[in-house]
Design a protein around this ligand. Structure first.
Ligand code: HEC
Ligand code: HEC
Ligand code: HEC
Ligand code: HEC
Ligand code: HEC
Ligand code: HEC
Ligand code: HEC
Length: 420
């Protein structure tokens, strides 16, 4: 602990001072941020979407009347919940006084009586993250209101805030394992950094739409009222207004359904759709965010950078890249993500996926069956798709490290699994 403190204090000093043009006084932001913008975006999006911004798109609610089963189960998926507006339901972390403070450096016990802590507060107009830095020269605070919640909370959540029409990441995230507040992944322990801009790519993977205000792929300026939280039906099926018109008019049989069904794409295009968001971060964008249309080749939108050939590549977010290395995938022209996953329902327990392996394999073809007998039939996953920690989702908070743990989608024989 004392070692961690020794490192923290200088860092804390410099990062507070380094944040250019973003002074810590909370009053500074009250002016820059127009609460009405945020409130307006809230009202607008709870109600539905803005057809004026995305012609042809109908919104999830419009599908529910005819596709009831998919629509009901979809509400509970991580896709649907992967970004939300802040409210009591979307924020599992504690905002209750007594359990809403994250102490990074305790001033009372630090050598020079300097410290840093964060308070997560619910106020009348929203939810705030406030940093308090205690310096020998005095106390400084900086407070910002949560504007967007990212992450369903399967693992955790990271929060974004608006400064006018600019979007930034907040320094404190929520980690589900242990029900705790942590430094946002990648943030320096001992800092109160409110300066990290949010680029379009982040929301392209975690939301249905937001309208950028400049053509640059690197912009963090968006129209807050255009934000459509969650991944919608139409993210995977394309615009649905014409489909609904034809179904209502009874002309779909004659004219065609006018909606995309990925099951009818080639295998490569099916996997491209998932790869839009599940091929990792090692890529260059070639086209504006939210311009991808399912069924199109992804290489027109992204240039995928070569993945490291390491035996244990980082498992974060690159399920497509890893699956494509598997002999199962290379030797089965029909295998897609849907071979195992149902996009319209929440994930099931890992063991239950063994039944998917057994659609192609005999359990006895695994040589471990001679040793372990029939009980291997519901445990293919732990040995052939092991859980591995990722460096990409890691957070160091007051000297403690938490790390995301993911399934390795490279299906193969892993050494060490011969002796369970
Ligand atoms: C007025 C009723 C109605 C509405 C509203 C509706 N659909 Fe459909 N949809 C149908 C019918 C009927 C079919 C054909 C039978 C089936 O597959 O269920 C269909 C088929 C589909 C298919 C399969 C198409 C194919 O080529 O196999 C998809 C995908 C689909 N709808 C998605 C959607 C989405 C997404 C929405 C919301 C944007 C939506 N539907 C809204 C009635 C509707
Ligand atoms: C993450 C991508 C994704 C999302 C989001 C998604 N779907 Fe699908 N949907 C698919 C895929 C992939 C298939 C084809 C599955 C297969 O191979 O059978 C499909 C198939 C369908 C079909 C064809 C009939 C069937 O069940 O096979 C309908 C209808 C449909 N989806 C409706 C919806 C509706 C309504 C929503 C929103 C509530 C939705 N989908 C959200 C990926 C998605
Ligand atoms: C628009 C981006 C996007 C697309 C397209 C997309 N996903 Fe995802 N997917 C995500 C994000 C983001 C998460 C993490 C959600 C979370 O927990 O916040 C996720 C999570 C998942 C999960 C884990 C769910 C859980 O409960 O932990 C599965 C499985 C998955 N996606 C499969 C697919 C498949 C299969 C496809 C293609 C049919 C697909 N996804 C297409 C963005 C996408
Ligand atoms: C290329 C697509 C992509 C980009 C860009 C991306 N993510 Fe993710 N993110 C994912 C996927 C996929 C997952 C699910 C875990 C996994 O597969 O690693 C995820 C997981 C998460 C989670 C944990 C959700 C949970 O409960 O499991 C959070 C929080 C998150 N992302 C926030 C962000 C933020 C904030 C940004 C932008 C600064 C961002 N992500 C950029 C695809 C992306
Ligand atoms: C769509 C069919 C299909 C599915 C589903 C499937 N596999 Fe395979 N798998 C194959 C084929 C085909 C091969 C290659 C056989 C060969 O080359 O001899 C293979 C190879 C393998 C190998 C040998 C890999 C190597 O590098 O030598 C293992 C281990 C394996 N599969 C395990 C699994 C497990 C575990 C699952 C479920 C998580 C699974 N498979 C799901 C078709 C499938
Ligand atoms: C052979 C079966 C199989 C195939 C094919 C498959 N997955 Fe998975 N996937 C799994 C299993 C098993 C899990 C772990 C589920 C759990 O832990 O509850 C998983 C978990 C995930 C998760 C949750 C995050 C993690 O890594 O733990 C995501 C995201 C995901 N898969 C995406 C995909 C995508 C995208 C594809 C296609 C490129 C795909 N999967 C293909 C079996 C499969
Ligand atoms: C306890 C860990 C463990 C479990 C459980 C397990 N496997 Fe294996 N599997 C292995 C090991 C280790 C090997 C390599 C054995 C060898 O070569 O002697 C292997 C080999 C294989 C192979 C490759 C055979 C070959 O020679 O190419 C396949 C296919 C396979 N397993 C499928 C499965 C399936 C399907 C299941 C679930 C029914 C399963 N395994 C359960 C550890 C396991």
């Amino acid at each position: 602990m004392s070692r961690a403190r020794a490192i923290c204090i200088p860092v804390l000093f410099c990062l507070f001072l380094l944040i250019p043009g973003l002074p810590l006084q909370p009053s500074d932001n009250a002016a820059a941020q127009t609460p009405t913008d945020v409130q307006r975006s809230g009202g607008q999006n709870q109600a539905g979407l803005r057809p004026d911004l995305r012609p042809g798109y109908a919104g999830d609610a419009a599908c529910a009347s005819c596709h009831r089963d998919q629509s009901l189960s979809y509400l509970h998926t991580a896709h649907h919940l992967t970004s939300q507006l802040p409210n009591a339901e979307s924020l599992p972390g504690s905002f209750t006084p007594g359990s809403n403070v994250l102490t990074i450096v305790d001033a009372a016990s630090s050598a020079n009586h300097e410290g840093l802590y964060f308070t997560m507060e619910k106020k009348d107009d929203g939810y705030y993250e406030t940093a308090t830095g205690i310096f020998t020269s005095g106390t400084k605070t900086r407070s910002e209101k949560i504007g967007i919640v990212t992450g369903s909370g399967v693992r955790g959540q990271t929060y974004l805030y608006w400064r006018g029409d600019e979007l930034f990441e907040l320094p404190i995230s929520y980690w589900t394992n242990g029900h705790q507040w942590i430094n946002s992944p990648g943030y320096r322990d001992g800092s109160a950094d409110y300066s990290r801009p949010i680029l379009q790519g982040c929301l392209e993977c975690h939301a249905s739409y937001i309208r950028a205000l400049t053509p640059s792929l690197w912009t963090n300026r968006f129209d807050p009222a255009s934000f459509e939280p969650g991944i919608s039906c139409e993210s995977c099926h394309g615009p649905g207004v014409e489909h609904i018109r034809r179904e209502v008019a009874g002309s779909a049989r004659r004219e065609g359904p006018a909606i995309l069904n990925p099951a009818k794409f080639s295998r490569d295009r099916q996997v491209d759709l998932c790869s839009l968001c599940h091929s990792g971060l090692a890529r260059n964008e070639l086209a504006p965010a939210f311009s991808y249309v399912p069924g199109q080749p992804l290489d027109r939108y992204f240039q995928q950078l070569a993945a490291p050939a390491a035996e244990h590549p980082d498992v974060h977010g690159n399920q497509a890249g890893l699956l494509k290395r598997s002999k199962c995938y290379l030797s089965s022209p029909g295998m897609t993500c849907s071979t195992c996953h149902d996009e319209h329902a929440p994930e099931r327990a890992a063991a239950s996926y063994s039944s998917r392996c057994l659609t192609c394999h005999q359990w006895k073809s695994c040589r471990m069956s001679t040793k372990l007998g029939h009980k291997i039939t519901d445990n293919c996953i732990d040995c052939h798709m092991p859980l591995e920690p990722t460096a990409a989702i890691a957070s160091e908070t007051a000297g403690r490290v938490v790390r995301g743990i993911m399934r390795n989608h490279w299906i193969r024989v892993y050494s060490g699994t011969e002796h369970p």
